[in-house]
Design a protein. Structure first.
Length: 336
């Protein structure tokens, strides 16, 4: 069997021994633990995407935030751009941990987003395995969602503004249209080459970890849902509060349970992820190539969001709780 670099590390190398936590820790420890250069873009990997093979790992950062530790070390990858031969640094974080040991409701999203911001990240491309709620969105199709319906149950911490400092941010368009436009162009450039892309869609974020009942699945369809996952929230809300441009790329892995075909199982999700791994790898590479272009330098710095949170804070500064302020100062150094 010929070996080829694979996007989904463990599942797509069935004959390779699964790396133990100790071996992973040793591999990470061998990398430098600091990185000096700018890192404006991050990729958050989800189910089946725990690393980004094919990119050179140059550092592994362990960042402890006021909201705890991140899901996994943040690896810094060097990416050689196709168009201008420029090398860009990209941060990578595995949402469910290096060994998929973190359940959707346990993901430390506040720590993840805060840590990424602390190293300079201002744009996030988040990957997710999703169930399809529409016949036209077939397993292995990609969807670039533009709306979200929140069906989480309030068990996940979802804001940085609490305990004495109140703020409200606009969330009418939960994803970043500027980044989405680039992502859609990249997806379309790969069409006809095995990639099928749906430009828009509403993603339902359910609590999990159990999949939906058939009645729920049918209700989400009646609401106009296109796809369903367990992880776009609170990630997208926290990114907005942190003034980070955020866009999710969804890959359909099943028809959820509303469909006549077999009910969704983890095996089904993993099977489709594995089968489409090369397309997903090409998609993310194309997006990173495009975003590295000079014409997108303001976009990836999220200049359009910079300073926006200041208009959302309703608590007058003299009344701020000292502990809450200390945490916010970590997120926004020198800002307030
Ligand atoms: C293993 S199926 C359910 C699981 O898959 C998705 O994960 P992610 O969004 O991180 O790719 C979904 O949200 C659930 O967490
Ligand atoms: N059917 C489904 N429901 C929720 N999350 C999912 N992730 C992948 N498939 C899913």
């Amino acid at each position: 069997m010929r070996w080829s670099p694979s996007f989904f590390s463990s599942i797509s190398k069935p004959f390779r021994r699964i790396e133990s936590p100790k071996q992973y820790a040793r591999r990470m420890a061998a990398l430098p633990s600091t990185y000096d250069g700018p890192v404006p873009i991050a990729v958050i990997g989800g189910t089946g995407l725990r690393e980004l093979p094919g990119f050179t790992q140059v550092a592994s950062l362990s960042i402890n935030t006021p909201w705890g530790e991140t899901s996994s070390p943040i690896t810094i990858l060097h990416h050689q751009c196709k168009h201008n031969d420029k090398t860009v640094a990209v941060a990578f974080l595995s949402r469910h941990g290096a060994h998929h040991q973190i359940a959707p409701h346990e993901v430390p999203a506040r720590a993840n987003i805060a840590a990424l911001r602390s190293i300079g990240v201002r744009s996030i491309i988040a990957f997710s395995a999703v169930g399809s709620l529409q016949e036209a969105i077939k397993p292995r199709d990609f969807v670039i969602p533009d709306q979200i319906i929140d069906r989480t149950k309030g068990v996940r911490p979802w804001t940085y503004f609490e305990k004495g400092i109140v703020a409200h941010v606009p969330f009418g368009d939960p994803f970043d249209e500027g980044i989405a436009k680039v992502v859609r162009e990249c997806g379309h450039s790969l069409e006809g080459d095995g990639v099928v892309l749906h430009d828009r869609g509403t993603i339902v974020c359910m609590e999990g970890p159990q999949f939906s009942t058939r009645a729920e699945s049918n209700m989400y369809r009646a609401w106009g849902g296109s796809v369903i996952n367990m992880s776009v929230l609170p990630e997208a809300k926290l990114a907005r509060e942190a003034e980070i441009a955020y866009q999710m790329i969804c890959m359909s892995t099943d028809y959820d349970c509303w469909h006549d075909s077999a009910d969704v199982t983890v095996e089904m999700v993993m099977g489709h992820m594995k089968a489409n791994s090369e397309n997903a790898r090409r998609f993310v590479t194309a997006v990173l190539d495009a975003l590295a272009g000079e014409e997108h330098s303001e976009l990836i710095q999220a200049k359009h969001l910079a300073g926006s949170i200041k208009f959302g804070v309703t608590t007058p500064q003299p009344h701020w709780n000292a502990e809450a302020k200390e945490k916010l100062d970590w997120l926004f150094p020198g800002y307030f």
